[in-house]
Design a protein around this ligand. Structure first.
Ligand code: FES
Length: 180
C-alpha cells in the first residue's frame, strides 16, 4: 500500500448509523491503552490495529471517530492508515495472503508464486475474491530472506514456499482450517 490521495472536497464518506468505535472499545482504550502513553496521539497505532482486526478494514467513518476520540485531526489518522501495509481502507478477505516481493524472494521465484495464486483465485495483488474469502497482497521484505520465498497467511509466516505447498495452504484456508 502507499500514501493515498483523494479529492477531499468532493468525496462522499459512507456512513452507517452504528459507530465503529463502540462504547466497549473506547472504554477499554481509555482504561488499558491511554495510560501507557505520554500523549493520546501515541495510542493511535494500537487503536488502529484493534479496528483493523475487528472490521478487516478501517473505514473513513472509523478514522473520523478515532480522531475525535484522540483529539487529533482525521487527516493524521488517514496518513497513518494509508502509510502502513497492515491497514486497509477496503475490507480484506478472511484469509490475507501476503507474498514477499523484495529482492531475496524475487530471486527465489516470488513471481511464479504470485502469478499462480493470482490465477488460482482470479484476483490481482491488492484485490479480494468476490466471496470475501481471500485477499492477495504483494509485501516488502518480511525479514526472513534466508528462507525465501516467503508469505504471510494472515499473521503466520510460511517459508521456503513452493507452488505445491502454497496450494495446500490455500486449500486449508478455503476449508476454514488453521493453516494461517
Ligand atoms: S526479501 Fe523476502 S523476506 Fe526478505
Amino acid at each position: 500500500m502507499s500514501w493515498t490521495t483523494k479529492p477531499s472536497a468532493t468525496t462522499k464518506i459512507a456512513r452507517r448509523a452504528e459507530p465503529y468505535c463502540t462504547a466497549a472499545m473506547m472504554s477499554r482504550w481509555t482504561s488499558e491503552l491511554l495510560p501507557r502513553y505520554a500523549t493520546k496521539h501515541a495510542a493511535l497505532l494500537p487503536i488502529l490495529h484493534d479496528l483493523q482486526h475487528e472490521y478487516r478494514h478501517i473505514s473513513y467513518q472509523a478514522m473520523i471517530e478515532v480522531a475525535a476520540f484522540l483529539s487529533i485531526k482525521p487527516a493524521d489518522v488517514m496518513d497513518t492508515v494509508t502509510f502502513y501495509e497492515e491497514f486497509s481502507t477496503e475490507p480484506l478477505g478472511k484469509c490475507v495472503i501476503g507474498i514477499c516481493q523484495s529482492i531475496a524472494c524475487e530471486v527465489c521465484g516470488h513471481k511464479k508464486l504470485q502469478d499462480h495464486v493470482s490465477a488460482r483465485l482470479g484476483i490481482k495483488p491488492h484485490e479480494t475474491t468476490a466471496d470475501g474469502k481471500f485477499t492477495l497482497l504483494a509485501l516488502e521484505c518480511l525479514g526472513s530472506c534466508d528462507t525465501a520465498p516467503v508469505a504471510l497467511f494472515n499473521e503466520t509466516l510460511h517459508e521456503n514456499l513452493t507452488i505445491a505447498n502454497i496450494d495446500a495452504l490455500i486449500d486449508e484456508a478455503a476449508k476454514g482450517g488453521g493453516g494461517h
